[in-house]
Write a protein that binds this ligand. Sequence first.
Ligand code: ATP
Ligand code: MG
Length: 144
Amino acid sequence: MALERTLSIIKPDGISRNLIGSVIERFERAGLRVVAARMRRLDRNEAERFYAVHRARPFFPSLVGYMTSGPILVQVLEGEDAVRKNRDLMGATDPARAAPGTIRREWGESIERNLVHGSDSPETAREEIGFFFGAIDVCDRTDS
Ligand code: ATP
Ligand code: MG
């Protein structure tokens, strides 16, 4: 299985509810390593560009409002099969439909306020990591 990197975001509801540690604990317990992290508050333009794929969806304006409503924690996670592993830990988009024990099932409040983002493929992961981080920001943790 391939060593991969993926982008994770703890969204504004996760930050305001002080759930950073609880979420990262899930990642670490599953064998994912944080290799970059930064707290940011997105402006409207950045949120629109990040979720550009959803521009035509009816929920887009609300999604942009939610993602700009407070700081977010952006992280690069590394590990075997990291993209899929992170998506499995997150659970389905709608917390009500997410499997028991997943992050969204545990803490998500609605299909919009679902606490975390994760890249959905290795290609998307590369693009999304490049959106937030330069090569110099990502640490090599192969030996640490
Ligand atoms: P993410 O991209 O944030 O990891 P996802 O891949 O599970 O989530 P997407 O379909 O890419 O789901 O939707 C992006 C985000 O838009 C969701 O995480 C959620 O915050 C919001 N969203 C998705 N569908 C809806 C909806 N029907 N109503 C309101 N908000 C939605
Ligand atoms: Mg998505």
